[in-house]
Design a protein around this ligand. Structure first.
Ligand SMILES: C[S@@+](CC[C@H](N)C(=O)[O-])C[C@H]1O[C@@H](n2cnc3c(N)ncnc32)[C@H](O)[C@@H]1O
Length: 404
C-alpha cells in the first residue's frame, strides 16, 4: 500500500523518507531511470555504478538493474518487491548518491556517512518510454504476410520469409512507408491522387507506395515512375503489369524535361543525383504538390563553390568539406521549401549502417506566408558562404519573386 508523504518541502533529511519515497515510486511504477553512483568502499569486486530502467517482459513491468563493473556489466530484472529491497540495499550499503527520474519529478539524493538521506525534488526531465523485451515492432509490411511485390522483387520468399541478404532493403521499405503514412492527412481520399516518383530506379519504393496507398489504404491513384534508364523502365513496366498494379506506370525521361502534368499531389525523389533533386523540388512546388518527399544524394553542387574564411579549420579537410557542402545544400533546399509556403522537416530516413544517404526532406504545403524572417536568414546564409544555389535557377520566377 502507498503511504502518503509530503515531498513539496524540497529537502528532507532522514533515511525513513528515502524508503518512503522508494516505496511510493515503485508502487506507482513511475520510475523511468535511476543511477546510483559514488561508491562508498571500492573493492575489486564491487560495481562502480548501477542503473535502473523500466522494461516490460511478457506484459509484466519489471525494473532492469544494470551493474557496471570495471570490465563487465551484469543485468537483473526484478519485480516491485525485489526492486524495493535492492534499492534499499544499494543506498544503505554501497552508494553515496542516487539520481531518480520519475514520471512526476526528478530526485537527487545524497547519503551522508551517518546514513542520512538528503533528498532534493526537481521538475521531471525525462519522458516515460517503456522498453519491451518481447514485443516485436509492428511494421507496415511484415514477415509472414505474403506480399506479392516483395516476392517478385526477391525480398520475400513464396513462403513469406524475408531473404536474409535483403533484410536491410526490407527495413528501408518499411521505414519509407512509415514516413509516407504521416502524409495521409495531406492526401484527399475523395479524388484520384496523382504522384510522380522522379528517378524511381528499380522502383522498390514505388511498388511499396502503390501497395500501401491502394491495397492497404484504399486510395485511387495515378502513379508515374520516371527514370533516365531504359532498362529499368522496361523491368518496372513488366512488373507492374504482372502484379496488376493498373494505375502505376513507368516512363523513360529526364526530370527537367518532364512536362506531362500541370498539377500533381505528391512528388517523390529518392536518391536522385546532385541537382536532379533541385529539378524535382522545382517541379513539385510549381505544380502545387501538397506533399514532397526527397532524399538527396551526391550533393556536389557547393563543394567547389563555398568560401568562408572563418570555416577554414573545417574546410581544409576534404572529407569534412564534403560533408559540410552536403549539409549546406540540403539546408538551402529545406529553407527554400519553407519560403515557398511549406512546413518542412528534415528527418533520418534509415540509420547510417544501411546507407550514408540517410536524410529525408519532407514538406507539406500549408500556404505559409509568414516567411520574411526565413527569407532574410536565407539571404544572409548565402552571403556568408558566397553561394548562388542552382535551386533558384530551377525554381525560376516563383522563388525569385519571394526573395526580392
Ligand atoms: C540511386 S537510384 C535511386 C532509385 C530509387 N529512387 C531508390 O531510392 O531506390 C537514382 C536513380 O535516379 C535516376 N536519375 C538520376 N538523375 C535523373 C534525372 N535527371 N531524371 C530522371 N532520372 C534520374 C537514375 O537513373 C537512377 O536510376
Amino acid at each position: 500500500m502507498i503511504r502518503k508523504i509530503n515531498l513539496k518541502t524540497g529537502v528532507l533529511n532522514i533515511m525513513q523518507n528515502l524508503t518512503e519515497l522508494m516505496e511510493k515510486i515503485i508502487n506507482e511504477e513511475s520510475i523511468i531511470y535511476a543511477v546510483f553512483s559514488g561508491v562508498k568502499n571500492k573493492s575489486e569486486k564491487t560495481f562502480n555504478k548501477v542503473t535502473i530502467k523500466k522494461v516490460t517482459i511478457k506484459d509484466e513491468v519489471k525494473h532492469q538493474f544494470e551493474y557496471i563493473y570495471d570490465k563487465n556489466v551484469e543485468h537483473k530484472n526484478l519485480d516491485n518487491d525485489e526492486t524495493f529491497v535492492e534499492m534499499y540495499n544499494l543506498t544503505k550499503t554501497y552508494f553515496k548518491q542516487v539520481l531518480i527520474n520519475t514520471v512526476d519529478a526528478d530526485y537527487h539524493i545524497l547519503i551522508s556517512k551517518k546514513g542520512e538521506a538528503n533528498i532534493k525534488k526537481k521538475a521531471a526531465s525525462k519522458k516515460a518510454e517503456v522498453a519491451s523485451h518481447n514485443r516485436k515492432k509492428k511494421y507496415i509490411l511484415n514477415e509472414g504476410e505474403l506480399t506479392p511485390f516483395l516476392i517478385e522483387l526477391g525480398i520475400m520468399t513464396k513462403q513469406g520469409k524475408i531473404v536474409n541478404a535483403k533484410y536491410d532493403k526490407f527495413k528501408q521499405i518499411n521505414r519509407y512507408l512509415e514516413l509516407v503514412a504521416d502524409c495521409i492527412p495531406y492526401l484527399d481520399k475523395n479524388k484520384t491522387i496523382r504522384i510522380i516518383d522522379f528517378g524511381c530506379g528499380k522502383a522498390y519504393l514505388t511498388f511499396a507506395l502503390y501497395d500501401y496507398l491502394v491495397l492497404k489504404m484504399g486510395y485511387n491513384v495515378e502513379i508515374v515512375g520516371l527514370d533516365l534508364k531504359e532498362n529499368v523502365i522496361e523491368f518496372c513496366s513488366n512488373l507492374a503489369k504482372k502484379l496488376n498494379f493498373d494505375d502505376l506506370r513507368f516512363e523513360q525521361g529526364d526530370i527537367k524535361g518532364f512536362d506531362q502534368f500541370t498539377d500533381v499531389d505528391m512528388v517523390i525523389s529518392l536518391h536522385a543525383c546532385n541537382t536532379a533533386t533541385d529539378e524535382a523540388l522545382a517541379k513539385a512546388v510549381n505544380w502545387g504538390a501538397n506533399v514532397i518527399l526527397a532524399v538527396p544524394c551526391c550533393q556536389h553542387e557547393f563543394l567547389k563553390k563555398i568560401k568562408n574564411e572563418k570555416m577554414i579549420p573545417m574546410m581544409k579537410y576534404g572529407i569534412i568539406k564534403e560533408k559540410l557542402a552536403t549539409l549546406l545544400t540540403d539546408s538551402v533546399r529545406a529553407n527554400v521549401l519553407e519560403i515557398m509556403g511549406y512546413r518542412t522537416q528534415v528527418l533520418e530516413f534509415i540509420d547510417m549502417e544501411h546507407t550514408p544517404k540517410n536524410v529525408m526532406i519532407r514538406a507539406f504545403f500549408e500556404d505559409n506566408t509568414n516567411i520574411k524572417k526565413t527569407v532574410n536568414q536565407y539571404k544572409e546564409f548565402k552571403n556568408e558562404w558566397q553561394i548562388s544555389p542552382y535551386i533558384e535557377e530551377a525554381f525560376g520566377e516563383s522563388l525569385t519573386s519571394k526573395l526580392n
